[in-house]
Design a protein around this ligand. Structure first.
Ligand SMILES: [Zn+2]
Length: 285
């Protein structure tokens, strides 16, 4: 599923390729796609509008229109936004086609059918985005913020990283890589982390997401940019879906277990369950 680096890449592509284009017609091919307004109204309100900007908030992709409205897209597990026609069977998994001027088409495709879109005015957009936590690549996000937001929580650290109210844009792939870099056991209770561990977690969030953006996203299976090209960050993953393989940092093997209902990959040697106790023993010894 597209996470922050993938949606950021698509947003940059839209800025380069699509902003300035006029939508001549919108065709919804799957009625489950449009959450708001009704499908016919959605198509009518998009027709004739120009796309004036593109931005990202968390995992939301936002196309700004000259009507003042925003087309908000949530690309879920198999969600793709493509400027080139899907190669195999043109109609497979197509959910939306925007017919642009200059004889171009923008396809929203999702073979899992989970992607959703909304057409919102400014007030509705603000409401929709208001509960989201800070953007992890912005100034407002810091180790101090993380510690303040989470250090009294007894919940496990991995589900907290995935909670969009805590920090926005992190999904299952980057969460596992981040916890590996920070040497944190995914089930660690947040209220047991030391100051140094909050710093390490913060640094790992920044470095992993920045690398993901620099590599134009991670294509494990379905993610593509708008020109249907895979990302490259999958070549840099150390832990995600590496279960059964050797850990790149030690002699141990990567394991896969469910944490908070999500498949989770970690190294039991590098990400120890009782790391604080271990440190204390060393200090006392
Ligand atoms: Zn290891």
């Amino acid at each position: 599923m597209p996470e922050l680096p993938e949606v950021e890449t698509i947003k940059e592509d839209l800025r380069e390729q699509v902003v300035g284009a006029r939508i001549e017609r919108a065709e919804v091919l799957d009625s489950g796609l449009v959450e708001q307004p009704l499908t016919e109204e959605f198509e009518a309100r998009l027709a004739g509008r120009s796309i004036t900007g593109a931005r990202r908030r968390a995992k939301h992709l936002i196309a700004e229109l000259d009507s003042g409205e925003s087309l908000v897209m949530q690309l879920k597990i198999g969600g793709q936004l493509l400027l080139v026609p899907p190669v195999e069977e043109p109609n497979t998994a197509l959910m939306l086609v925007l017919y642009l001027d200059g004889d171009r088409r923008l396809f929203l495709r999702d073979e899992t059918w989970f992607s959703r879109v909304r057409l919102l005015d400014e007030g509705e957009l603000q409401t929709r985005l208001s509960s989201l936590g800070p953007e992890p690549l912005e100034e407002e996000f810091s180790a101090a913020y993380l510690r303040k937001a989470l250090s009294s929580r007894r919940a496990q650290i991995k589900p907290l990283l995935l909670d969009q109210k805590v920090v926005s844009g992190i999904g299952n792939i980057y969460a596992d890589e981040i916890l590996y870099d920070a040497r944190l056991y995914p089930r660690r209770k947040a209220n047991t982390l030391s100051d140094g561990e909050w710093e390490a977690l913060y640094a790992a969030i920044r470095s992993n997401l920045e690398a993901g953006v620099a590599h134009r996203g991670t294509t494990v299976r379905l993610y593509r940019d708008v020109l249907n090209r895979p990302g490259e960050h999958q070549n840099y993953l150390r832990i995600f879906e590496k279960h059964g393989k050797p850990c790149p940092g030690c002699e141990g093997k990567v394991v896969r277990e469910k944490v908070g209902g999500r498949p989770t990959h970690y190294c039991p040697s590098c990400q120890r369950e009782n790391s604080r106790e271990g440190e204390q023993e060393l200090t006392l010894g």
